[in-house]
Design a protein around this ligand. Structure first.
Ligand code: 3PG
Length: 215
């Protein structure tokens, strides 16, 4: 009998760990050891951004060789990005903004999407298209925790993943909010750690991030 994988939802992606790492990879040789280092530190949902020519190849490598990781595509801005990411083995998508076309393309490609929003109108547009688990981007620059608190009234049905400007020093303030399911950030995978092959540093950063408390 065929075994079907349970369907992953955007909320599953957000709830797996307190932090979703935002990853920029320039060298496919870094992809697998980096993914293993994050998994060793308790972080499985990995957002590999479509910002480099190597990004899709890196996703393919992680999907093929690190079964405990769930690779996702970040910086998804077009329908073509969504299709390419799904073909490369991505299992979720994150976008810096939202358009209904990108939302539909991700749905058609079977990718749960965390759409980026920064205003009430953008939240309403995403909700009209059926999205209730949203990325708040760029979080610190667009109003930070004060903005999230203001949205708790009118948008109490939304779970947010604030991303942009979040670091170990301020992550806890965000994670203490009831409408924050997790945060996103690039600090777990520093460029110099990749260059130096310092996988133990990435595991240490992931372990510290995994230990952050959520409400
Ligand atoms: C990004 O898109 O680069 C993310 O928002 C990460 O932002 P950060 O580097 O401030 O964590």
């Amino acid at each position: 009998m065929a075994v079907t994988q349970p369907t992953l939802t955007a909320l599953d992606v957000m709830r797996d760990a307190p932090v979703i790492p935002v990853i920029v990879l320039h060298d496919v040789r870094h992809a697998v050891p980096m993914a293993r280092a994050l998994v060793a530190g308790g972080i499985r949902m990995l957002e590999v951004t479509l910002r480099t020519p190597q990004a899709l190849e890196c996703m393919r490598a992680i999907a093929a060789e690190v079964p405990d990781a769930v690779v996702g595509a970040g910086t998804v801005r077009t329908s073509a990005d969504a299709v390419a990411a799904a073909r490369a083995g991505a299992r979720f998508a994150v976008s810096p903004g939202f358009t209904p076309a990108v939302g539909r393309a991700c749905r058609d490609a079977g990718l749960p999407l965390l759409p980026g929003v920064a205003t009430g109108s953008e939240i309403m547009t995403a909700q009209e298209e059926g999205f209730f688990a949203l990325k708040f981007f760029p979080a610190v620059q667009a109003g930070g925790t004060a903005m999230l608190k203001a949205w708790q009234g009118p948008f109490g049905d939304v779970a947010f993943c604030p991303t942009g400007g979040i670091q170990p020093g301020n992550a806890a303030e965000f994670l203490a909010l009831k409408n924050v399911a997790c945060v996103g950030g690039s600090w777990l995978v520093p460029a110099d750690a990749l260059e130096q092959g310092d996988w133990s540093r990435i595991t240490r950063l992931a372990r510290e991030a995994s230990a952050l408390q959520r409400v």
